[in-house]
Design a protein. Structure first.
Length: 144
């Protein structure tokens, strides 16, 4: 059964997602990030190309012909083909394919709309019997 970690109170969900992607790639070897829209996909794509300054995280979009061979896939598409061990969710809704992953990292921003959507997702997973861990982030310590 998928293990679920909720990261709440994120000042910058894209930054938190980038940190989780780096950690998950190192620990598990494959990561899928579900973004809410093309703008968020573009923002995370840029972030993964620019940081760290001396390297990059190998990633692409789901529609890329390289997607089957790329360890990190970032996209807003509500579909997922191929293997991945960790799903990082930035979407306001529960991903329809989350149960295919070993782990789900669900990121919740500080704003009220994000918090309400996060509570909905928490209840959705809980009502289906998933065990969840909660990680409260704050402005002083956004390490994941």
């Amino acid at each position: 059964m998928t293990s679920i970690d909720f990261y709440t109170g994120a000042d910058d969900p894209i930054e938190v997602a980038a940190r989780l992607v780096a950690k998950a790639w190192q620990q598990y070897g494959s990561v899928r990030v579900l973004t809410p829209d093309a703008r968020a996909t573009d923002a995370l794509d840029r972030r993964l190309w620019m940081v760290p300054a001396t390297g990059f995280y190998p990633h692409c979009r789901l529609s890329s012909p390289l997607a089957p061979d790329t360890p990190i896939v970032v996209d807003e598409s509500l579909d997922h083909a191929g293997p991945a061990a960790v799903l990082v969710n930035l979407s306001p809704d529960p991903p329809p394919f989350f149960s295919r992953f070993e782990r789900l990292a669900d990121i919740v921003g500080r704003d009220e709309a994000s918090a309400m959507a996060g509570r909905h997702r928490w209840k959705y997973y809980r009502d289906r019997g998933y065990a969840m861990q909660h990680h409260a982030l704050d402005a002083r310590d956004a390490r994941t």
